[in-house]
Design a protein around this ligand. Sequence first.
Ligand code: CP
Length: 304
Amino acid sequence: LRHLTTLEHLPRASIERLLDRAIALRDACAHGTRKLDTLAGRTVLNLFFEPSTRTRTSFELAARRLGADVINFDIGFSSTAKGEALYDTLHTLEAMHLDAIVVRHKVSGTPEELVRHAMSGVSVVNAGDGNRAHPTQGLLDALTIRQHRPDFENLVVTICGDIRHSRVARSDVHALSAMGVGEIRFCGPAALLPEASEFPQCRYTEDFDSAIEGADVAIMLRLQKERMAATDLPDEGAYFRHYGLDARRLARAAKGCLVMHPGPLNRGIEIANEVADGAQSRILEQVANGVFVRMAVLAELLAR
Ligand code: CP
């Protein structure tokens, strides 16, 4: 791999290799207590045009644990605010000899645009573009599931919430389909489901009680208010009654159902405290795995 912009069409063997590498790097760095020199002398730039807590921090940690230098580009204090075009920003930063640019942008397709316009040998890693892809989230979700349920072909995975605007859902479906997962169910209000033609392999429903029935994995998604018109925002109380995951609904799922959420959580809207903080929650494991998966991706793209 030279760039990672999407998981679409990435074969199972490539995904498995990245997940195996994540585990090997986790062990080699002893969960972050030992620094490696895999990327010594290499420079990674975090270029985030949208807010982030988990992805940006874990890419920084991942790069540092591999021995790379890291620059966190501060958009608010950059010349973007003076009207500099994305490509001029890209070429300016490339002139400083970067090895990788980790980019998040609200416009779908921005990572591919950077790949097309790059003038150096810089690698581009997508940290989330619009509603299109969040490949490292797809990988860390696959890793989290694999650690508990490696029998992907037997699994029913329910993804519930604002799927229409979700790059996480799209990358999860790409990863889980490649891994041969048994069944993927999409659940949410009709206005927040994608077109049926986009994911013919998934079952669509507006009824959460039936969608969660017998599920082995429940991936809950927040309402992406920043991608909706104010007039389209659902009433949050009604939304929780229909699509919130609480203990009563979780009891309908298969025994030991893994509860996942990419974060940030909107408690009391898509997930109840009792479930987010409950014994079946894997949410903080997802966060921890994010560092190791991002180490694997940076090592795969940059290691000589
Ligand atoms: N899951 C995720 O992308 O979280 P952040 O927006 O905090 O990076």
